[in-house]
Design a protein around this ligand. Structure first.
Ligand code: ADE
Length: 424
């Protein structure tokens, strides 16, 4: 571990810091809401002296969130929320140019990843920003003595919120947690337009294939699946959607996609993209049915959406063709191509969601942490939403930054909308 003054770090190469800084500043141009929050935080110092751990994909956008947290006075430690998503130049810049402690290396082993989670907990956080709930789950199961200091946590992603709900059900969540993903200014934009664009970006950067004319099977039609399907169609692909939820299946059908079970879709797909948050949604039996050369990628939080253990057992040989592209050779001679080791392809092979959507997601994160501190001791130990006014305020600032004006309701409309007397 290297140390710069009292900054601690485990990053790949500090000499990459200048490049990282230039890219962080480039992302900042598209993050006007977070910039305004940072400027206010600089004046008001709402997190002064508070120990904070943020487990997030270490990207240019996360660096801008970290700058806002530091400006607020937080004593922050940043760790990666996935072994493959770290941008090493950004990690270096956060340490060298912004004085933030970072433990994150692209391609770190699972052991190193888990060690970083434990090192972050050694910081004795009072606030946790989580993406996937690994920090909170480790805290609850391995370091319960630290819980009494926790003011609260925030969670970035659908998968992490599912885990928090399960912890709450099991009586294991004993502090307030804010479901950032459930804010409208988060999932409508980040999950849909962010995942939609960045997933295809990851597939294209990894493979350089043409999407037009291909059959793309999108597994899951939540907000992420909707975004991926919409953008894949926009690139000229024939899109098949698979679902387990009947309402989402109707929605996908009425959005104009073919819907069928994965066991059937497995025969047709040229490219498969999982975005379900569930486990083994593409299983051994599905790989059995795929065409020679089928590509499979995951854009859900964890890599267990694809059953790669089963695929490995079915294979006689695995070879790397180019970065993030591995061919599994099956006994009958067919090849199945796995992208990005089954980890989120948008962050493994590309740069994650563009800054413009992360602006709103991370504005929610920054304001959630401030909200937890302002309401310290008053919030129940359960999963909370940020108040709707905050969501609306984020949207308003974003619109202003986009130079878009909207209407205000007239007094007559306000009165009508709040009344029941006028009918047919
Ligand atoms: N999740 C998806 N895209 C991201 C990004 N660019 N930065 C941080 N987290 C992300």
């Amino acid at each position: 571990m290297e140390a710069i003054k009292d900054v601690r770090c485990e990053v790949k190469d500090l000499s990459l810091a200048d490049e990282g800084k230039r890219r962080i500043e480039w992302a900042e141009r598209e993050m006007p809401v977070l910039r305004l929050i940072r400027q206010r935080f600089e004046q008001e110092k709402p997190l002064a002296g508070l120990r904070l751990v943020a487990c997030a994909h270490v990207t240019t956008e996360t660096a801008n969130l970290a700058r806002a947290l530091s400006a607020a006075g937080a004593d922050a430690v940043i760790i990666a929320s996935n072994p493959l998503s770290t941008q090493d130049d950004v990690a270096a810049a956060m340490v060298k140019h912004y004085g933030i402690s970072v433990f994150a290396l692209k391609g770190e082993s699972i052991e190193t990843y888990n060690q970083h989670v434990r090192m972050a907990l050694d910081h004795k956080p009072q606030l946790i920003i989580d993406d996937g709930s690994d920090v909170v789950a480790t805290l609850v199961s391995e370091r319960p003595e630290l819980i009494s200091e926790i003011i609260g946590s925030t969670e970035e992603t659908t998968t992490g919120i599912n885990r928090l709900k399960a912890m709450l059900r099991d009586g294991r969540l004993s502090f307030p947690a804010i479901a950032v993903n459930d804010a409208q200014t988060k999932h409508f934009f980040d999950n849909r337009y962010g995942t939609g664009q960045s997933t295809l970006d990851g597939v294209i950067r990894a493979t350089n294939i043409l999407l037009a004319g291909k059959t793309i099977v999108v597994v899951g039609y939540g907000w992420c699946g909707k975004g991926v399907s919409m953008r894949a169609r926009g690139m000229g692909a024939n899109v098949i959607v698979t679902e387990i939820n009947p309402i989402k299946a109707i929605e996908a059908t009425m959005d104009g996609f073919r819907v069928m079970p994965i066991a059937q879709a497995a025969h047709y797909g040229d490219i498969f993209i999982t975005v379900t948050g569930s486990r083994h949604v593409i299983d051994g039996s599905h790989f059995e049915k795929m065409k020679d050369g089928a590509l499979v990628a995951n854009s859900g939080h964890f890599d267990l959406e694809l059953n790669l253990v089963a695929l490995k057992e079915m294979s006689t040989d695995i070879r790397t063709i180019r970065p993030y592209v591995e061919e599994y050779r099956l006994r009958d001679g067919r090849g199945i191509i796995v992208l990005g080791e089954g980890r989120l392809i948008n962050l493994a092979a590309a740069e994650g969601h563009p800054a413009s959507v992360m602006d709103m997601s991370f504005a929610n994160q920054a304001l959630s942490v401030e909200y937890l501190v302002k309401n310290k001791g008053k919030l129940e130990a359960k999963i909370h939403l940020l108040p709707e006014e905050v969501d609306m305020e984020i949207a308003r600032i974003k619109l202003t930054a986009m130079n878009i004006s909207i209407d205000d309701p007239t007094p007559e409309q306000i009165e009508y909308l709040g009344s029941w007397q006028t009918g047919t």
